[in-house]
Design a binder for this molecule. Structure first.
Ligand code: MN
Length: 238
């Protein structure tokens, strides 16, 4: 368990480093050479570890089927784009660029999503402390105001998408954004450090159409230590 936990933390950091603009392009504990296929990271806890807030069956389907599908789709898109570069045939470049954004966004966000959750009482739940608490207060006034805005944003995403907390390096602030699907409504130059998946596949088996109940319950499994690490990894890059 400890090794898996360490691996995913490193993988999540790798993802953030990638987004921040280094040459490391793939998720993983070590830099991966360009052209290497993306792989599905293991969960850092058991499928039933987030019960009763997120049920085991949802976690199995979400990780093993949905996230795996985004990894497969990203690899297919990148392979198709590599083939286009070889042949010089860019007739389908719009299609594959869109696929790369959708599946690439899905792979990155899900990798982060697993890592910013932990079993309630064993890393999950509680309140933000340290640097992340200070940053939240600076940007939103209070933790309560942050949680209220974040939950409202997540609950009101139109269709499938995400509620996201981003760090914006250019003014060292935190901002709350919605994402539609896996990639739309992004604000350039800011990077997610916390997010909740509000696609129906993330909650429908347990909560049916009550997305609000799922969002409210989700706070019980937020891993604030990891969110603090995500923030620190970006703040320290200046
Ligand atoms: Mn999902």
């Amino acid at each position: 368990m400890d090794d898996r936990r360490t691996f995913l933390k490193t993988a999540a950091l790798g993802a953030l480093v990638t987004a921040a603009g280094t040459t490391t392009r793939a998720l993983g504990a070590e830099p991966v050479p360009a052209g290497t296929e993306h792989t599905l990271p293991e969960l850092p806890y058991a499928y039933n570890a987030l019960e009763p807030f997120i049920d085991e069956r949802t976690m199995r389907l979400h990780h093993d089927k949905h996230h795996a599908g985004y990894v497969k789709g990203l690899n297919a898109a990148e392979a198709a784009l590599a083939k286009a570069r070889e042949s010089g045939d860019y007739a389908l470049v719009q299609h594959w660029s869109r696929q790369a954004a959708f599946h690439g966004g899905g792979h990155w966000l899900h990798t982060m999503f697993w890592s910013v959750m932990a079993p309630n009482g064993n890393g999950g739940g509680g309140a933000p402390t340290g640097q992340i608490e200070a940053a939240i207060k600076d940007s939103f006034g209070s933790v309560a105001a942050f949680k209220a805005q974040f939950a409202a944003a997540a609950k009101s995403v139109e269709g499938s998408g995400w509620g996201l907390l981003h760090y914006r390096p250019h003014d060292q602030s935190l901002i709350i954004l919605q994402a539609e699907n896996q990639q739309k409504l992004s604000a350039w130059g800011s990077i997610p450090i916390l997010g909740i998946d509000v696609w129906e596949h993330a909650y429908y088996l347990k909560y049916q159409n009550d997305r609000g109940a799922y969002v409210d319950a989700w706070w019980n499994v937020v891993n604030w230590t990891q969110v603090d690490r995500n923030l620190a990894s970006l703040m320290n890059k200046k």
